[in-house]
Design a protein around this ligand. Structure first.
Ligand code: GTQ
Length: 348
């Protein structure tokens, strides 16, 4: 709406009109057009950090208050401070810290929401996806595609904590959520551990397997060891000024993101490196897996240590500084935006 000087009569006439059309469930576009069609994204979300060293105790306390079985999933949701009660960390994504104690089982279920896990603390737990287990090791990136049965268990001696990332807000927005429980607590195993990685993740595919473009990957674990090895090798070269050494995880059968709604990335920032200011339209969750440094988001600055989680809303300017060799995992809705022709980035 262009600013105009109104007489009191004009003002009153409009107010009365707005009230009258309100009874018909209508409202004037010209009062809200600027907010509906902004010149650039103005995310209502806040940049924020969750420091693992401060939160670990709270996660363990949850373990004393409720069992994994009773909770179904014992998770502390990471809520964006600007949207309390909304169970989301960005507009489109959910994140939470899940705990499973030795001997526990988180029962089998499936849902139309897609999930990723990034293992942070402790070893000896497993996730089973569609009848195959994978042992969870720190830094492993594990996915449970939409509508695949999954359960978690811990046969080791340590409490195990991982970060969950799900597309819950996307599915909620689309009113497309379905879920069901499995017949058993832990699903029966159909294949030995490592089967999917061997069949789909060794630069080969089963001879008669042809993925459709939007199919999620059958590789459901991306072992940290391999990720790290790749980044260290790549880091022999010159870093990108804005991104350091950054790779994206893919479905090896298609080259697309592992799951259609969530993109995931891993990046290496050499000690002493500082990234140039960068912004993109995909609000992103970063996890510091190794190293230490600082994330600057707009006017705010967050010191980063191992297992700290930072959310950077859409179109917020971001700079990292690495005080030591630093390895960051991140995830966002980038594949959704790219499929819709919406994704943009800006390098300053
Ligand atoms: O592990 O299946 O954080 O269904 C939220 C919903 C984890 C899971 C979450 C879930 C799960």
């Amino acid at each position: 709406m262009r600013a105009a000087v109104l007489t009191p009569d004009q003002r009153a006439a409009r107010a009365a009109f707005y009230e009258r059309i309100g009874t018909h469930h209508m409202t004037p576009l010209w009062e809200v057009l600027g907010a509906l069609v902004p010149p650039q994204p103005r995310s209502p979300l806040q940049a924020a950090i969750w420091r693992y060293s401060e939160l670990r105790e709270q996660v363990m306390e949850a373990g004393r208050l409720i069992s994994a079985e009773e909770a179904e999933r014992r998770v502390l949701i990471l809520e964006n401070p600007a949207l309390p009660g909304n169970s989301s960390i960005t507009q489109s994504l959910y994140a939470g810290l899940q705990l499973i104690l030795p001997g526990e089982v988180a029962p089998a279920h499936r849902h139309t929401q897609s999930a990723l896990r990034l293992v942070l603390d402790g070893e000896g737990a497993y996730t089973a996806v569609d009848g195959e287990r994978t042992t969870m090791r720190r830094g492993d990136f594990i996915i449970t595609p939409a509508w695949t049965f999954h359960d978690h268990g811990n046969q080791g001696r340590d409490p195990v904590v991982w970060l969950d990332g799900l597309d819950i807000p996307i599915v909620r927005f689309l009113d497309a959520g379905f879920a069901e429980k499995g017949d058993e607590l832990s699903q029966a195993l159909k294949r030995p551990e490592g089967d999917a990685l061997a069949r789909y993740g060794a630069n080969m595919l089963p001879v008669d397997y042809h993925a459709r473009p939007a199919d999620p990957t059958r590789v459901f674990v991306y072992p940290f060891e391999r990720t790290r090895e790749a980044l260290v090798a790549v880091a022999q070269g010159a870093p990108d000024p804005h991104l350091g050494h950054k790779l994206r995880y893919v479905n090896p059968a298609t080259g697309a993101s592992p799951m259609p709604t969530i993109g995931a990335f891993s990046q290496w920032l050499p000690a002493g490196f500082e990234t140039r200011p960068y912004r993109s339209t995909d609000g992103t969750v970063y996890v510091c897996l190794e190293g230490r440094g600082e994330a600057r988001v707009g006017e705010r600055s967050f010191p980063l240590q191992e297992n700290d989680i930072v959310v950077v809303p859409s179109w917020h300017e971001l700079q990292f500084r690495a005080d030591r060799d630093t390895l960051l995992f991140s995830f966002s809705d980038r594949p959704v935006q790219q499929a819709l022709g919406l994704w943009r980035e800006q390098r300053n």
